[in-house]
Design a protein around this ligand. Structure first.
Ligand SMILES: CC(C)(COP(=O)(O)OP(=O)(O)OC[C@H]1O[C@@H](n2cnc3c(N)ncnc32)[C@H](O)[C@@H]1OP(=O)(O)O)[C@@H](O)C(=O)NCCC(=O)NCCS
Length: 186
């Protein structure tokens, strides 16, 4: 799979590189980002270095850095769990603290969905992109809905949030949903 560079009005998405490790290390040590993404794994600096150096060579996933103005890694957007037969994938994204609420996440998702649903060889020719969002994360959920994602189910109290439980909400967008949402916003 050729790893693309995707250009929007505000952000440019480019493949992750070894020299993104400092910024990614900051991001994986942000408690709010870890809480909102439901990440409980603790990464070592060595793991982050090796991940950044190697992930863009992997055929089974697409990991793109979100940049704005300069080439600096401000966060990342990922298509993983790719299933070539079902033409489906899972999406996740996270921005560094200080980069949220500026519209970067929304534009990054639109660019990746445009690439995911475009016909090969330019795009990936996917039919379905799904994700999980926690019930403690209304910002992300509203954003996904505004881009055409539909709630499909709720895994009740599947995650721990400190002393409480929270739900995992399953959402997905099909290629027709995405085109309909694009036509409405055009
Ligand atoms: C989720 C995330 C990627 C979104 O990216 P972003 O750049 O901050 O989002 P945007 O600025 O593009 O859009 C946010 C939208 O949510 C809205 N919003 C903000 N706070 C909200 C809240 N508490 N409830 C509902 N909507 C909210 C904003 O008004 C905006 O909508 P608009 O474009 O119509 O104005 C980013 O905030 C992030 O990294 N958060 C921490 C990690 C995370 O939650 N990852 C997702 C896990 S599923």
């Amino acid at each position: 799979m050729d790893k693309p560079v995707l250009r929007g009005e505000m952000v440019v998405l480019r493949p992750i590189r070894a020299d993104d490790a400092d910024a990614m290390w900051e991001m994986v040590n942000d408690p709010e980002g870890m809480r909102l993404t439901g990440t409980t794994t603790v990464f070592s600096r060595d793991q982050v270095d090796r991940w950044c150096a190697g992930v863009s060579a992997r055929e089974d996933r697409l990991d793109l850095a979100i940049t704005h103005g300069t080439d600096e890694y401000l966060g990342e957007i990922v298509l993983n769990e790719m299933d070539a037969y079902a033409r489906s994938a899972n999406l996740r994204l996270v921005l560094r603290p200080g980069q949220r609420g500026r519209g970067f996440g929304g534009e990054a998702i639109s660019l990746v969905l445009g690439h995911a649903f475009a016909e090969p060889p330019e795009g990936l020719g996917l039919h379905r992109v799904s994700l999980d969002v926690l019930s403690i994360n209304p910002r992300a959920r509203m954003l996904y809905e505004s881009l055409g994602f539909v709630v499909e189910g709720r895994l009740r109290e599947s995650h721990r949030d400190g002393d409480f439980w929270c739900d995992s909400i399953v959402m997905a967008v099909l290629e027709d949903d995405f085109r309909a949402a694009q036509a409405t916003s055009a």
